[in-house]
Design a protein around this ligand. Structure first.
Ligand SMILES: Cc1ncc(COP(=O)(O)O)c(C=O)c1O
Length: 400
C-alpha cells in the first residue's frame, strides 16, 4: 500500500524541527476568552489582537449581538437545509436586501463563506471553453474556483497593468473572458490599480470580478471597497465579499447588476449543495452591514491607526510590505521562517497577537508577520503595540 500521506513528509519534518527548538506552535493558538475586538486572553495573559481582520470591530457591537440572540430565540440554531429547499428564512432575504442597499446594486446572493462565494461564482460563470485572467497573487479560493470550473487559467504578474493587457490580447477572438482581481491583497496589504485594470479588461471584451474581502466596510466613501474609492464600481460586473472580516461574523456574498444574475441560484453548486447560514448569523450580518453604511468616523480612525502603525514600524527599522499604508493590513517582512516564528513568539510573550504567514500562502516565498488593524484600536493601544515590536525585535535580533 502506498501511504497517501507520504507527500506531506517534508512539511511534517519542517514543523517538527521548528517545534523541537521549544517554540510555541504559531498555528495552534487558543483564545481562552475574547474580551473585545482588540483584546483576548491567551495562555492566561491579556493579549492585544492585531491579526484578526476584524477591521471595523463589529463582533461585540451591542446591536449586532442583540440581533443574533433574538434570531436564535425566534428561529432556532440552524436551518438544516439548502437555500433552494428549506434553508431560506426571512433573515436570508434581509441580509441580501442589506447588501443590495449597501452596494446600491440590483442583486445579492449570500453563500456560507467567502471561500464558497469565489468557488461558486467563478466556477459557474467560467467553464471549460472560457479564459480566466487573474493576478498571480490571488487568494486560494479564486484559484480553487478556476479549477472547479475547468476554465483556462491565465495568470499575470501581481498588479501589472501591462501584463494583464498582454495576456488579454493573446486570448482567441470571441472566447469568454473573465478577469479576476482583488481590491486589497491580503498578504502585503497593497491595493490594486483597479481603475486602469478594469479599463483594460473592458477594452478587451472581458467581464470583471473583484474580490473586496479586505476592503469592504473600510475603503471608499461608503465602505464599498477599492472599486468605489477609484470611481469605477459601475464598471465591475461582480463583487465578491465576506462577512468574516469587517462584517464580523461568517458568510460570503456576490453582488451584481447583471440582468441574468438570479439564475445562479439554480446552477451554482456551492450555493445549492450546502446548508444555508444559521438565522443568528444572517441577523448579525444584516445589522452589521446596515451599521457599516454609516461608519465614516470609524473609517477615518482606522486610516489614522494604519498610518500610525506603518510609520512607527518603519521608524523602528522593520521592512514593510508597502512603502505607504494602503489598507488596514501592515505586513512586516521577516528574513526567514525561523526568525519569523521567533519574532511571532516574542510578540506573543509581550502580549500581542499577529498572523504568521509563510509560503505557499505568501508571494515570493516570503515569511510575513501580518498586522491587521481594527477601528477600535485606540491611539494608546497602537503606542503599546509599537513598544512590543521594539522589545521583541531587539530580543530576536530582527532590529538593532
Ligand atoms: C481575498 C479573500 N477572498 C476570500 C476569502 C474567504 O473568506 P471567508 O473567510 O469568508 O471564507 C478570504 C479569506 O481570507 C480572502 O482573503
Amino acid at each position: 500500500m502506498t501511504d497517501l500521506f507520504s507527500k506531506f513528509d517534508p512539511l511534517i519534518q519542517q514543523r517538527e524541527e521548528l517545534l523541537a527548538t521549544g517554540l510555541t506552535d504559531p498555528f495552534n493558538l487558543v483564545m481562552e476568552r475574547v474580551e473585545s475586538p482588540t483584546v483576548a486572553i491567551c495562555s492566561g495573559k491579556r493579549t492585544i489582537l492585531l491579526g484578526t481582520y476584524n477591521y471595523m470591530g463589529m463582533t461585540f457591537d451591542p446591536d449586532v449581538v442583540a440581533a443574533g440572540k433574538k434570531a436564535l430565540d425566534e428561529f432556532g440554531s440552524g436551518t438544516t437545509g439548502s437555500r433552494v429547499l428549506n434553508g431560506t428564512y426571512v433573515g436570508h432575504r434581509a441580509v441580501e436586501d442589506a447588501l443590495k442597499d449597501f452596494y446600491a446594486m440590483d442583486h445579492a446572493m449570500v453563500f456560507s463563506t467567502g471561500y464558497q462565494a469565489n468557488l461558486g461564482v467563478i466556477s459557474t460563470i467560467a467553464g471549460k471553453e472560457d479564459y480566466i485572467v487573474l493576478d498571480i497573487d490571488s487568494h486560494a479560493s479564486i484559484y480553487d474556483g478556476c479549477a472547479l470550473g475547468n476554465a483556462q487559467i491565465v495568470p499575470f504578474r501581481h498588479n501589472d497593468i501591462e501584463a494583464l493587457e498582454k495576456r488579454l490580447k493573446r486570448i482567441p477572438e470571441g472566447a469568454g473572458k473573465l478577469v479576476v482581481l482583488e481590491g486589497v491583497y491580503s498578504m502585503l496589504g497593497d491595493m490594486a490599480p483597479l481603475r486602469e485594470m478594469v479599463a483594460v479588461s473592458k477594452a478587451n471584451g472581458a467581464m470583471v470580478l473583484v474580490d473586496e474581502a479586505h476592503s469592504m466596510g473600510f475603503i471608499g466613501e461608503h465602505g464599498r471597497g477599492v472599486a468605489e474609492a477609484q470611481g469605477i464600481i459601475e464598471d465591475v460586473d461582480f463583487i465578491i465579499g465576506t462577512f468574516s472580516k469587517s462584517v464580523g461574523t461568517v458568510g460570503g456574498f456576490c453582488v451584481s447588476n447583471h440582468p441574468k444574475f438570479e439564475i445562479l441560484r439554480l446552477v451554482c453548486r456551492p450555493y445549492v449543495f450546502t446548508a444555508s447560514l444559521p438565522p443568528s448569523v444572517v441577523a448579525t450580518a444584516a445589522t452589521s452591514i446596515r451599521k457599516l453604511m454609516d461608519s465614516a468616523d470609524k473609517r477615518a480612525h482606522l486610516w489614522e491607526n494604519s498610518k500610525r502603525l506603518h510609520a512607527g514600524l518603519r521608524q523602528l527599522g522593520f521592512t514593510l510590505g508597502t512603502e505607504e499604508p494602503q489598507s488596514a493590513i501592515i505586513a512586516v517582512i521577516m528574513p526567514d521562517l525561523e526568525k519569523g516564528a521567533a519574532m511571532w513568539e516574542a510578540l506573543l510573550n509581550e502580549g500581542l497577537y499577529v498572523n504568521l504567514a509563510r509560503p505557499p500562502a505568501t508571494p515570493a516565498g516570503m515569511t510575513l508577520l501580518r498586522c491587521s488593524l481594527c477601528a477600535l484600536h485606540s491611539e494608546e493601544q497602537v503606542g503599546e503595540i509599537l513598544g512590543m515590536f521594539a522589545a521583541a525585535g531587539r530580543a530576536t535580533g530582527c532590529i538593532s
